[in-house]
Design a protein around this ligand. Structure first.
Ligand SMILES: Cc1cc2nc3c(=O)[nH]c(=O)nc-3n(C[C@H](O)[C@H](O)[C@H](O)COP(=O)(O)OP(=O)(O)OC[C@H]3O[C@@H](n4cnc5c(N)ncnc54)[C@H](O)[C@@H]3O)c2cc1C
Length: 346
């Protein structure tokens, strides 16, 4: 009989873990609380536009992940953003960025394609709209219970991929009487996460600027805006003659204004963006969208070796925070490595 594995979270890490297990004699079941896959690498469609309001692109910083995307998965609709990223300082002074050869990939129909294509290569069953609430350690197995109290099955191993604070909560609520549970929870809860509010600003005209995006070179610590990107630089995302700006507010600003009414946050973002790009037309977008990411980006990871004891309890972790790098390619790499480790475990 094949072994069974439950993966909590259908983000990039969960999808990559399932993908790495595709040729193993392991039955993979994935539980995802939201209605879609790819987690913080999220795509939305509105008024003929496609835009990424979480991760903006996948960078070619990891050879294994680059190979996966360009050689193993279908490259249909894979696009590279070729316009450069420029910088701005804390006073809003814009400068030409350093040239790099890095690729910034997305798909014409959006980054969520990454998780969709990974899952499509597997036999994993993916249960969306299923929030895992309680993990029960019975003898040598893990029982998964959802937030409605329904038993979702018993598994030989468990892979947890939610952001560290949510993974720590799952361990805190687990019915698992073992000292390692408390130690793991404590180590994971110590991984700090930054908050980011993403604002989408649409305009019925094209912008004439030489860059794809502007990034605050102080990593968003001294300016209220952290990042502004032009979605029209991604093939297939924005109709000709229009502009769609994706603005990520700096973590300090995002945390401070997190509970303010959305219209005031959007107005503030438009005003600050207009000032930064020195274009007063940007103060009045014709439509907007927004997303609050409480757990947006990990600042580092758990202490070296802190998660090692979990394996003897058939428990595994994957995600950007496990890699200690707030990047989509790091999440994918972590998922692939965790999938490999699960395969070796049986
Ligand atoms: C605003 C923003 C901008 C970013 N920009 C970039 C960028 O340009 N380039 C880049 O490389 N990276 C970027 N990142 C980071 C990138 O998005 C992440 O590193 C990556 O998506 C993390 O993937 P993951 O699978 O580790 O976690 P997630 O994507 O968070 O996946 C975890 C999944 O678990 C689910 N989940 C949580 N709790 C439960 C539960 N109890 N039961 C069931 N499911 C649950 C969640 O719904 C989610 O789908 C950005 C992130 C944000 C938020």
């Amino acid at each position: 009989m094949s072994s069974t594995v439950a993966v909590v979270g259908a983000g990039a890490a969960g999808a990559a873990a399932a993908y790495a297990l595709r040729d193993s004699p392991v039955d993979v079941t994935v539980f995802e609380k939201s209605g879609g896959v790819c987690g913080r690498a999220a795509t939305r469609r509105a008024s003929g536009c496609t835009y990424e309001y979480g991760a903006n692109y996948l960078k070619s910083d990891d050879e294994r992940v680059s190979e996966l995307v360009t050689e193993e998965l279908s490259t249909d609709g894979l696009v590279d953003v070729t316009e450069p990223v420029w910088t701005f300082d804390d006073d809003g002074k814009v400068s030409e960025g350093e040239e790099t050869n890095d690729q910034m990939w997305t798909y014409e129909s959006g980054l969520t394609q990454l998780a969709k294509r990974l899952f499509a290569a597997t036999d994993a069953s993916v249960h969306r709209h299923t929030q895992v609430e309680t993990l029960v350690r019975d003898d040598e197995t893990w029982r998964v219970v959802d937030d409605e109290g329904d038993d979702r099955g018993t598994f030989d191993a468990l892979v947890l991929t939610p952001p560290a604070p949510q993974t720590a909560d799952l361990l805190g609520q687990a019915e698992w009487e073992h000292g390692d549970c408390r130690d793991l929870r404590k180590s994971i809860a110590q991984v700090p996460f930054r908050t980011v509010i993403s604002i989408v600003l649409h305009y019925p005209f094209e912008l004439d600027v030489p860059y794809y995006a502007l990034v605050n070179e102080g990593e968003g610590e001294g300016h209220d805006v952290g990042w502004v990107a032009r979605e029209e630089c991604k093939t297939g995302h924005v109709p000709d003659g229009e502009s769609l700006l994706l603005v990520q507010m700096a973590p300090d600003w995002s945390a401070e204004y997190y509970h303010q009414p959305a219209p005031s946050i959007v107005d503030a973002a438009a005003e600050k963006t207009a000032a930064l790009l020195d274009d007063e037309r940007l103060d009045t977008p014709d439509w907007t969208d927004h997303q609050h990411w409480r757990y947006a980006l990990p600042n580092g990871g758990p202490a070296v070796g802190a998660l090692d004891d979990a394996t003897e309890h058939d428990l595994f972790f994957a995600g950007d925070w496990v890699a200690g790098d707030a990047r989509l390619h790091a999440a994918v790499r972590s998922g692939l490595e965790t999938g490999d480790a699960v395969a070796d475990h049986f």
